[in-house]
Design a protein around this ligand. Structure first.
Ligand SMILES: Nc1ncnc2c1ncn2[C@@H]1O[C@H](COP(=O)(O)OP(=O)(O)OP(=O)(O)O)[C@@H](O)[C@H]1O
Ligand SMILES: Nc1nc2c(ncn2[C@@H]2O[C@H](COP(=O)(O)O)[C@@H](O)[C@H]2O)c(=O)[nH]1
Length: 314
């Protein structure tokens, strides 16, 4: 797959064998990936880039399902196939933050989505420069809404962010899937793996052992995504001391009463566990807000507002 390099075409006027009538494009690039040709077009400056796929073997054009945020057209672009599975788009005349994009055409994520949706799929993600590529560490007391915010981010930008799946010795909750939400493990096994140097960080949290394996972070990086870690304040401190350069965000509740309300309403802990988590929350809130460990502190009062602020940071 992907033997042919991509090229840039200005004012493409091509007519294709199946009579497909391509709308006039200001410019269009074509990238050959195996049997398929991905045509990425720019109709007008400011409008989103369009994608069509031409099947050489059948002579047909297909409009794929497009995931992720599409880039806006600029003053033309160049396209280069990378890793046989994504097309690097370099926009002309754009700001440094907006000039590099990737169109995933055959990544693991795209292949999975193709199966789920039963259609041809491509996924856009913005290329990142400098800080924008750093992993994101999200901490805050239990029940503040870290998981909720991370889920929203992953749902809106599925090809951009990847979740670091932690190990834990706590029992799975209903709906939690081993390998997706956590790697659920025995304490003795995890302790051995910690001794063997397999963990970036680990901590005793609310009476259980939690930790981020080096592999969990590598899996996300290997998928070409930006890693998100949901870890407690002790873990954040360990990551800060490690060689992993990350952005640290602390999420606060609007009040302690509201935190308690959310934790109870979630209905996943016993009364004893809730009390333990609330006791620990007091210390975490003090440390989180005063230690200088965190680059950003967000108050999760209104969920949508907090999410918008999170998006601005990341
Ligand atoms: N801004 C918000 N307003 C009201 N409820 C919220 C808000 N954010 C999250 N919640 C709710 O609060 C509960 C706890 O949220 P969530 O499970 O995301 O917390 P968490 O910080 O990930 O907790 P833990 O650290 O224990 O995993 C959930 O029921 C969620 O729906
Ligand atoms: N230090 C680490 N803390 C972690 C990790 N994974 C999760 N956590 C934190 O644990 C608590 C409780 O989580 P819950 O799923 O049992 O509610 C929460 O604050 C998480 O942020 C980890 O790998 N390392």
């Amino acid at each position: 797959m992907g033997e042919a390099p991509a090229f840039f075409v200005d004012d493409l006027q091509q007519v294709f064998s199946n009579g497909f009538d391509p709308k006039p494009k200001v410019s269009e690039s074509e990238t050959i990936v195996g049997d398929k040709t991905y045509a990425i077009g720019e109709a007008h400056e400011g409008l989103a880039l369009s994608t069509r796929i031409f099947y050489k073997s059948t002579g047909e054009w297909v409009i794929p399902t497009v995931l992720g945020t599409k880039p806006e057209a600029g003053k033309g672009h160049s396209a280069v196939l990378v890793n046989e599975d994504r097309i690097l788009i370099i926009k002309r005349g754009s700001t440094p933050e907006d000039c590099i994009w990737f169109l995933e055409v055959d990544t693991e994520f795209v292949r999975e989505q193709r199966k789920i949706l039963g259609t041809e799929v491509v996924a856009w993600s913005r290329g990142v420069i400098g800080d924008a590529n750093k992993p994101i560490v999200i901490s805050g007391p239990s029940g503040v809404g870290k998981g909720t915010l991370i889920s929203k981010l992953m749902k809106e930008f599925p090809s951009m962010f990847g979740f670091s799946v932690s190990h834990t010795t706590r029992a799975p909750r209903n709906q939690e899937i081993n390998g997706v939400h956590y790697h659920f493990t025995e304490r003795s096994v995890m302790e051995k793996e910690i001794k063997d140097g397999k963990f970036l960080e680990f901590a005793n949290v609310h009476g259980n052992l939690y930790g981020t394996s080096l592999e969990a972070v590598e899996v996300v990086a290997d998928a070409g995504k930006r890693c998100i870690l949901d870890i407690d304040v002790q873990g954040a401190r360990s990551v800060r001391a490690s060689s992993l350069e990350a952005i640290f965000i602390f999420i606060c509740p609007p009040s302690f009463e509201e935190l308690e309300k959310r934790l109870r309403a979630r209905g996943t802990e016993t009364e004893e566990q809730i009390q333990k988590r609330l006791r620990n929350a007091k210390a975490e809130l003090e440390q989180g807000q005063s230690s200088g460990l965190f680059d950003h502190i967000l108050v999760n009062d209104d969920l949508d507002k907090c999410y918008e602020n999170l998006k601005v940071i990341v």
